[in-house]
Design a protein around this ligand. Structure first.
Ligand code: C2E
Ligand code: MG
Ligand code: MG
Ligand code: MG
Length: 282
């Protein structure tokens, strides 16, 4: 029976059975119903705005705690959720929790925009735009307090449809960021047509020390600014990297040196105590 289940799952996930790992099968099974069981929560990581010296935005990051599997990293479960289709349910739940955070931050007097990771497969689902529109309305927040952060694990296909879908989202007043720029599967040519508002430079760049890294970051920042995009530098872990991100002109900085991702209540409390001067600059 185990073998049959194994083969059936493997076939459904489009992989030859011999390449399936038991761990992946357990995750695949446990992901079904995880949202309904309340196992998916969202952490929020602050982004430091260089010009205003304040926290203007946060990134929403899914967290999953399962009774059998314990804490599972999104690095592990998101790709599986993309394959088995649970990503739609998880993505919408993270979007709901993000709108709730945006609403509560507004009420607390420290409003932040929440940037939600959306893979192309979720973006292109029928009903995606209607679903997020309804969630935004239910939370009575302005659409510019949420953004989507496009992530792509494969090279973009059906680019015209993706552009149309993104334009529909932009028309609602929602910003669109391109995640992991420079290491992801989206190439420079896509910048001609994708209706973006922002680029996120992958942390691999800031974490490479020396003149080559700085030249590449500086070039990406200037290019993005010339086409009217804001720039977020990810992976700021040290005072030195904070200084580089600032000096090379990134608009916002994100990383462990500023703050780690934290839960809804902790984030609201953290925002009220944040003082830019506490960020040491190397
Ligand atoms: P990402 O969107 O590029 O998110 C940034 C990741 O870098 C997060 O990992 C964050 O915790 C981590 N990070 C932040 N600052 C630093 C730093 O200074 N140094 C280092 N080394 N890492 C840092 P996390 O939360 O494990 O998420 C990993 C990836 O999983 C995300 O990468 C994103 O692609 C995906 N993901 C997370 N949440 C969601 C979600 O709700 N939906 C979808 N579709 N994908 C998600
Ligand atoms: Mg992201
Ligand atoms: Mg990223
Ligand atoms: Mg990444």
């Amino acid at each position: 029976a185990d073998t049959a289940m194994y083969r059936e799952k493997a076939a459904r996930m489009g992989a030859p059975a011999r390449f399936m790992h038991p761990r992946e099968l357990s995750i695949d099974t446990a992901l079904h119903g995880a949202v309904g069981r309340g196992e998916i929560t969202t952490h929020f990581q602050p982004q430091f705005d260089v010009r205003s010296n304040t926290i203007t935005d946060v990134e929403a990051l899914a967290r999953w705690r399962n009774p059998e599997l314990g804490d599972v990293s999104p690095v592990e479960f998101i790709p599986i959720a993309e394959k088995n289709g649970v990503i739609h349910e998880i993505g919408l739940e993270v979007f709901r929790q993000s709108c709730a955070l945006a609403r509560d931050s507004l009420a607390s007097g420290h409003p932040v925009a929440v940037s939600v990771n959306v893979p192309v497969i979720q973006l292109m689902e029928r009903g995606f735009v209607d679903a997020i529109t309804a969630v935004i309305a239910a939370h009575a927040i302005p659409a510019n307090l949420v953004k989507i952060e496009l992530t792509e694990s494969q090279h973009l296909t059906d680019v015209p449809q993706i552009i149309a879908r993104l334009q529909g989202i932009r028309d609602l007043g929602i910003g669109v960021s391109l995640d992991d720029f420079g290491t992801g599967n989206t190439s420079l040519i896509e910048l001609y047509d994708l209706p973006l508002t922002e680029l996120k430079i992958d942390r691999a760049f800031i974490q490479k020390d020396g003149p080559v890294g700085e030249a590449l970051i500086s070039g990406l920042v200037d290019m993005a600014h010339q086409i009217g995009l804001e720039v977020v530098a990810e992976g700021i872990e040290t005072p030195h990297q904070l200084e580089i991100g600032r000096r090379l002109g990134a608009d916002r900085l994100q990383g462990h040196h500023i703050a780690r991702p934290i839960g809804h209540d902790d984030l609201l409390a953290w925002l009220t105590h944040f003082v830019a001067g506490d960020l040491s600059v190397g």
